[in-house]
Ligand binder design. Sequence first.
Ligand SMILES: [Mn+2]
Length: 426
Amino acid sequence: MITQKEYAKRRRKVAKKLPENSITILLSATQKQRSNDTEFPYRQNSNFYYLSGFKEDDSALVIHKGKKSTHCYLFVAKKEPAKELWSGKRLGVEKAKALFSFDDVFEYTQLQEKLTAFSEGISALFYDFKVEDARLAPLKEGLKSVRSYNNIAPVIEALRLVKSAAEVQLIKEALLITKEAHHRAMQVSKELRYEYELQAELEYVFKRRGAYSDAYTSIVACGNSANTLHYIANDRKLLKNRLILIDAGCEYKYYASDITRTIPSRGYFTKAQKELYELVLRVNKEIIKMIRPKVLRSKLQSRSEELLCKGMLELGILHGNFQELMDEKLFKKYYPHGIGHWMGLDVHDEAPYKDDEGNEIPLKAGMVLTIEPGIYLDESDKSIPKKYRGIGIRIEDDILVTSTGYENLSVDIVKEIKDIESLASL
Ligand SMILES: [Mn+2]
């Protein structure tokens, strides 16, 4: 659990980076319309949530940094019984004051008026450029003395890069649920007929275990479907003796998990599938072993490219001279994506990969990243051995950088061939 103390500490860290005589406004996410009068389930904006822990819409966070002191305020929706009857209870000002450790809490409708009151001598305004919408214009207009408009998002996102112990704990809890979901998929795939049935099995576990949602739309891709990287239709048949690529992870208490496993549709890998799978698994493990503080992600990327390129050359998927294949990046046809990404409140955490000078940020204890090598061999590609066509494999784990190396947070989600086959035979 993230304590109020931790949220307050994060706000202090942000305030430290701000100039004197500045106001920072963070607005909650808005309700997103799905169609006509139906809405998507509401989810708070991650940067706002990171600094507040507040889950309601129609809310805002204000950091007022004056000459001598800094104050943080929360603005929340008014308690209105007639509205609450339809759309649910609101915490309201009084309870928010008691439960959240802000210097003060006001009604959201007072935001404009309070900003004007704070605005004396204010010259810089900070807000999240990604949440710039109609709510902001009148607020900006009210702050007449402001001379500079700045994006607060990079300041918050740089902090989000290094996770606290409590954040790591939540990611671990998300992964316990995601583990159960993937293991269930391994057990039941042979009994199912369509990709969406398997998707339902995974998401049934997410929901039943109290996860808010999937952290991203699940990919359940049988056979050649896996060669579409963002395949989310999940509406094709689970054919016999194919591999199924499953990229699915739940979001639990606002924290993501992101796991890919590739499993046989009928419980057993064929010989050709094993050959490819073992290559990807070897690369997955070898890259994870490289993780420790000060290592550059680009190093992990280039090493994964070397290993996959060499492996594909040995299997007769690529032809020619290894160095030429590397220099001309010909392996990219079959391994076109990155080795991994930051993960946290968002599955692709909005944290920077480069510092202000444009230099790559090296790994540091507390960072969480995915490692996800893959090979994608389209069924129409006549240049590769027939036995390998129509196979796509990715194996993805979630890794915490520690002071001495790494902790594989998803180590309990099976990925060895024998373990997957034995789960399938239960
Ligand atoms: Mn991923």
